[in-house]
Design a protein around this ligand. Structure first.
Ligand code: ZN
Length: 199
């Protein structure tokens, strides 16, 4: 027997399909939303829709941006010969927050995972290789997570780039195994970056 009406059930189902939202949280959010003033709900829905419509991948580094080229790629004061490869835009934000990295980034939007059926073609690797062919790059720092997927991806990238003669380095393993970069404090991030070794 359905406890709630069709509309409430649909809202709960939609919310529960989001990452990190369990059934109970979805119910709580659904009732919270239903009790909000109508204009607040419209604003929330409009914000979601316009973010989805206006945010896309930077044409250079593939991070999420409102522009064709993100502010980091467009900044001529940064070192464009130094590219840090990260798994997602949240990891980029974590390094950006330290304010100490003067290079640019490349966002893969995932990591290679044979178990989940995610292959090299499913992440933004072709775009990275394209950049290396067309830009003057001296070093690629692989800053994928130290999870199995992150390490697999790092090894794969290293093998791809080695023949080009461009230096490939890996951030130090000061980052705990399986740790998501976004949860690690700035000091640890900087230590990992400074202690990077050649692959
Ligand atoms: Zn960019």
């Amino acid at each position: 027997m359905d406890l709630y009406s069709g509309h409430i059930n649909r809202l709960i189902d939609e919310l529960a399909s989001l990452p990190g939202i369990g059934g109970k949280s979805a119910q709580r959010l659904a009732f919270y939303i239903i009790n909000l003033p109508k204009d607040r709900v419209k604003k929330l829905a409009d914000t979601i829709t316009s973010a989805r419509e206006n945010v896309h991948y930077c044409k250079v580094c593939c991070t999420l941006t409102d522009e064709d080229i993100c502010p980091i790629c467009g900044n001529q004061n940064r070192n464009h010969k130094l590219i840090m490869v990260v798994e997602n835009a949240r990891d980029l934000a974590a390094y950006e927050k330290t304010g100490k990295f003067e290079g640019v980034y490349h966002v893969l939007h995932g990591a290679i995972s044979p178990m989940l059926g995610i292959g090299p073609g499913d992440i933004r690797l072709a775009e990275l290789m394209q950049r290396l062919q067309t830009e003057d790059v001296e070093e690629v720092i692989v800053a994928t997570n130290s999870s199995l997927e992150g390490e697999t991806t790092a090894m794969y990238i290293s093998k791809l780039i080695k023949p080009t003669g461009i230096k490939v380095t890996r951030i130090a393993s000061g980052v705990p195994v399986g740790g998501d970069l976004e949860y690690i404090d700035e000091v640890t991030l900087l230590r990992a970056l400074e202690g990077r070794t050649e692959l």
